[in-house]
Design a protein around this ligand. Structure first.
Ligand SMILES: CC(C)(COP(=O)(O)OP(=O)(O)OC[C@H]1O[C@@H](n2cnc3c(N)ncnc32)[C@H](O)[C@@H]1OP(=O)(O)O)[C@@H](O)C(=O)NCCC(=O)NCCS
Length: 172
């Protein structure tokens, strides 16, 4: 594979949609992570496309979300979906996308990242469920052990993850 990464904006939205459908299935829109980011725009500096020549083989998107604790609302970055075309999996595309994300997060000072994902895979980039045990998501079902965070600043230990479009935030 002749792998090259670019900002996700280089890919056409319909190409990205087709890739996500092939990696996750067309029923992916019901997923809790999708509901948390619904109606928001992805973060351009933290979203990437992976190409094999002119073919889109992977994508990683990041989104603004919020954690509502008893005392305040904190902004976090939600990473995902990370998607690799089924026939291109196991060849380092996901690793390259995640390495790019972590490098960009450091440059951008995005110091509180979260995601819903497999701890066995994402643990290698420092994502763990250790600090998320008392975080909850009302937007839909999820498995608590797959709620992961990579925190480089202090973030509330207990709270609800909500969309940045949540009426409570929009009215502030
Ligand atoms: C999960 C995914 C992003 C990984 O991307 P990839 O390009 O296939 O992965 P890479 O080739 O970079 O990495 C392969 C390594 O990760 C491991 N790996 C892949 N998926 C894994 C998982 N779910 N749990 C643990 N390890 C996993 C492989 O065993 C391999 O290990 P090695 O480096 O020790 O050999 C990709 O397979 C995918 O899109 N899957 C379908 C959608 C999905 O589940 N996305 C993640 C949810 S956000």
């Amino acid at each position: 594979m002749n792998l090259r990464l670019s900002p996700l904006t280089e890919a056409k939205p319909q190409e990205v949609e087709a890739l996500l459908d092939s990696a996750f299935g067309a029923d992916r829109h019901g997923r809790t992570a999708y509901r948390l980011r619904e109606g928001t725009a992805s973060l351009g500096e933290l979203s990437f496309a992976a190409w094999d020549g002119s073919r889109l083989v992977g994508s990683l998107q990041s989104w603004p979300v919020a954690l509502r604790t008893a005392v305040h609302v904190e902004r976090l970055v939600m990473v995902g979906p990370v998607a690799v075309l089924p026939e291109a999996q196991g060849q380092g595309v996901g690793t390259a996308l995640m390495d790019a994300l972590i490098a960009a997060a450091e440059t951008e000072r995005a110091d509180a990242l979260m995601m819903i994902g497999d701890p066995d895979y994402y643990g290698r980039w420092g994502f763990t469920a250790e600090q998320t045990g008392r975080w909850r998501i009302e937007a839909g079902p999820y498995e608590q052990h797959r709620l992961l965070a990579r925190l480089r600043r202090t973030v509330g230990a207990q709270g609800q993850l909500i969309s940045v479009r949540h009426p409570e935030l929009v009215s502030r």
